[in-house]
Every structure is written in structure tokens, then in C-alpha cells.
Design a protein around this ligand. Sequence first.
Ligand SMILES: [Fe+2]
Length: 283
Amino acid sequence: MTSILHFADIHFGVEDAAALARVDATIEKLSPDVSVISGDITQTGSAVEFVAAAQWISTLSGPKIITAGNHDTPMYGLIDRIIKPFDRYEEHIAPHDAGVFEDDNVIIQSLNTSRGIQMKLDWSVGVVNLNDLDEKIDRFGQSDWGKLRFLNVHHPFIYPPESPLQKTTDNGPEGLRRLADGHCDAVLSGHVHIPYVIERNPGGSELLSVSAGTLSTRRRGNKPSFNHIQVDADEVVITMVEFTGEEYVRSETFRKARRELSAWRRDGPREMQKDATVLDTRT
Ligand SMILES: [Fe+2]
């Protein structure tokens, strides 16, 4: 059994202090093998916020797979944002997209979808660099076929209809198609501050879109939450763990048999290349 904690959008600076104060004991009970953080660790990308974030992250036991969010670039200081948008992130948190977690059940990597500035008015929009994505897919391919392949990003590649934010991630649909062809099993993301699990290709080779909620005060009508993902030899179980104001409780749970996921299709990789199904990219 692999126990994965999946956090997003803690936004140190506007974090939910009560939720964070109680989360440590809950985390300990879940015995994580790895913690995944899907970006927006800070609110304004300031050094003070990064110091607080790094201190909290250091309390998580075990390996961490982390990526930056659009809030993790300097909000104040345009020159820094242009010239060195992720220097503070790398100084306090981790080198960009660093690290691969791999055990008997899963392999997890990160891909940065955030940018300091962009040639458009809205700099918060996600971007999938397809060359970088192909490198991640190649790395998945170097691992044992039977391991589930999870990619950690900040922005959803495609926004779900229930999202309070509706934007378009550059190269998002094409990125999902490449991930499906590369037999990735799940994209773990944040950004929209609501938790969900979406099956992107029902009836075929599944690619799950898994979003964690937020432990910040920017909750868009939801309670503070994070995800607990458990993977054993037979199935994946994704549980939203929600803070009531007093305690953390297990809320909605999603279950999926491993044999129904991409990397477990019975014909194996060679056959999968031949009959890769068209991904359902409806939003
Ligand atoms: Fe956020």
C-alpha cells in the first residue's frame, strides 16, 4: 500500500491558520509515504511567505514532490518577476520540478505549468511546454510497466464545468492526449481551489484528473481540504479529507480498480500504442 497526501493552494500569507494548526495530527495518522503539493504555496511569492511555507513543508515526513503555482512568483517587483520568476521558490522550496518518487506501486513527477510573465494580459494562465511534458512521459516509460504514473502540475489541463474559474491552459488538451498515449494514469492539480476527481475517458483506458482543495482562506465556498490517495495491488482510493472547523473528517471517496487504469491495460505497452483511444476532452 502506498499512502499519498495531495495538497494544493495553501497560499502561505492567507493560509487558514486553524486548519493548518490541526492538520499535523491528521497527517500523522495517514502515515504518508510521499506528499505531493500542486503549487500556490504562497500568496504573493514573498520571502516571508516562502520561509513560513518551507518551515511547514519540513514538518512533513518522507519525500515530497512539489511544483510551483502562479502565485509563487513575486507579485510585487516586476523586474524580479521578469528576470527570475522562480528564484525564491527554488531557494526556499526545491529546484524546479525536481525529484521523482517511485515505489512498487507508483511513479510521481512534477511539471511546472506556471510562468512569471506571458505575452498576454492574464499571466495566471497555465502553460504546458510539450517538450518538457514529453521528457516526463519518457521518464515514466523507463519505469516498470505495472506502476501507476502520476503527473503533478498546478493548472488543470482542462477546467471542469463545476470550476469557479474557467480558463484555457495553453496546450492543455494536447498535453492530455500525449499523457493518455504515454499511459499516464492521473494528473494531480490545484489552482481552482475545489477538490474533484474526473474520469477523462470512461469505458476506455482511464486518465484521472485529480484536484486538491485548499488549506487557505480563499475557499470559494468549500471547506479546507486535501486529498489522501491510497494505491495497493488492486485499486486506487482517493479520499477528500475535510476540515469542519473542529476536526478533519474523511469525506467523498473515489475508487478505481487498477486494471481499469491506463498502465494496467492487459495488452501491454506495444499493443496500447496501436489502439490508443481518442481522449474525451470535453470540459
Ligand atoms: Fe491558488
